[in-house]
Design a binder for this molecule. Sequence first.
Ligand code: AMP
Length: 529
Amino acid sequence: MGHVIGIDLGTTYSCIAYLEGEEPKVIPNKEGLLTTPSVVSFTSTGELLIGNLALKQAVTNPENTIFAVKRLMGKKYNTEEVEEAEKKIPYKLTEASNGDVMIALESKIISPQEISSMILSHLKESAEAYFGEEVTEAIVTVPAHFNDHQRQATKVAAKIAGLNVLRIINEPTSASLAYGLNTQKNGTIAVYDMGGGTFDITLLEINDGIFHVLATSGISYLGGEDLDNRIVEWLTEEFKKENKIDLSHDKLALQRIKEAAEKAKRELSFTLETEIHLPFIHSAESGSKHIKQKLTRKKLEQLTEDLVAKTFPFIEQTFQDAKLKPKDVNDVILVGGQTRMPLIKEMIADFFGKKPEEHVNPDEAVAMGAAIQSGILGGDAQKDILLLDVTPLSLGIEIENDTFIKIIDKNTTIPTQKTRAFTTVEHNQRYVRVHVLQGENKIASLNTSLAIFDLVGIESAPAGLPQIDVTFEIDADGLVKVSAKDMESERERKVVVNSSSGLSEEQIGEIIEKKEHKEESGNEKNGEE
Ligand code: AMP
């Protein structure tokens, strides 16, 4: 096996690392930078730009420049989350025939998986340029709370990019590996992870190389981007008050404001005051208008404090699930660029009664942990390390009256499996329908539907007599498999249901074929030129 890379596929930035000896090392991208914007842009001349070059297009070509695609992975179009996202992004979304969300570019309709695969291809190429050889194996990280659809979609994106995923690993768990191996400390740690678009909290116990996740919780729609949007809303409001001009439908202006807002937010992590200056943000016959606004750290905190506060019920939930108290935590580590914000550090310090650890690089820890995991799987890691992760969501089935019953509880150590016996409710019933769901709600339809299948060909028998054993399995990647066996029939039949990534095998095959064809004709332009 050649080099195995660890990939932190972030909402806003991505990072790759590998294990050199026992040391995880970040691999620079083709421009020599340690993180790469998770952005893809399709230009009017048919060029495909990825990473920094794509990011530069965000202002001039907002409708065809795709960022934060991670928030759309494995999602249905008709959901509250996607509706909310749509209001804040300049590119258009649409619905696939199976209900999945798709991205409507001016030139074509494309799936979030394909956009992600382009980012992964770009990272793969950076690693190949670094090593001078092909890279085909990877460990890919995902937010701990990602459900099965989101994990499957990530795996498909890697497949399209030509990467075989050896393991999907949860981002906070990955960061804890980097931290644990670096410090060699034992104890209970909390990982607070806020990146560009997602939030996760994980409690783990580290004991002589055993990393045991106790509980995890999080949300796909809370991250740095939401804080940026608060600044954007404030700036456009102020501008409206001053000039009686509404910029909220001017995509170009909004993109410029968003970039400036994000930059100001970063600066305010290190300074108390900054100025946002956007000349010629609006031009009209009556003259040009500019934005010139002072933003203080205090004002930023006022605008965003409620968003940070939203993370605390999740933290409380994990403590409840792990049956621990904040005082039981030895170290708190912060992961994700957004945790550089002083307000987050202060609120965390208040809650835990101790300051978070300062020795973790929030941008690199996740990829570094993934690199360590590659060493564990490849047998290169010299120390004995055992990683025991958990499933973030309960797995179960729908029974009568839209009721959900849990079969595997959230926070169960994975891999795991449980078998449950089902029977018929009517005489001579020839099939049983099994609806598999993931979530915590007692009402089945409010959870995520993973698969519905019929177990057919049951022998005619009185109600309640046939025995059908259904086995629910969650593998080490957090992926779900369900199989059913009719114990009464002489022929033992097995139905295996894998939840879908949103794209069928045929569609995936077609995308890969098209991509290979394109690569042969070589019309991709990226970071190097
Ligand atoms: P990640 O997904 O971990 O790369 O995190 C990216 C998010 O972190 C983006 O929303 C950035 O705006 C935010 N971020 C990066 N650096 C800082 C900083 N110094 N202060 C506040 N937020 C930051």
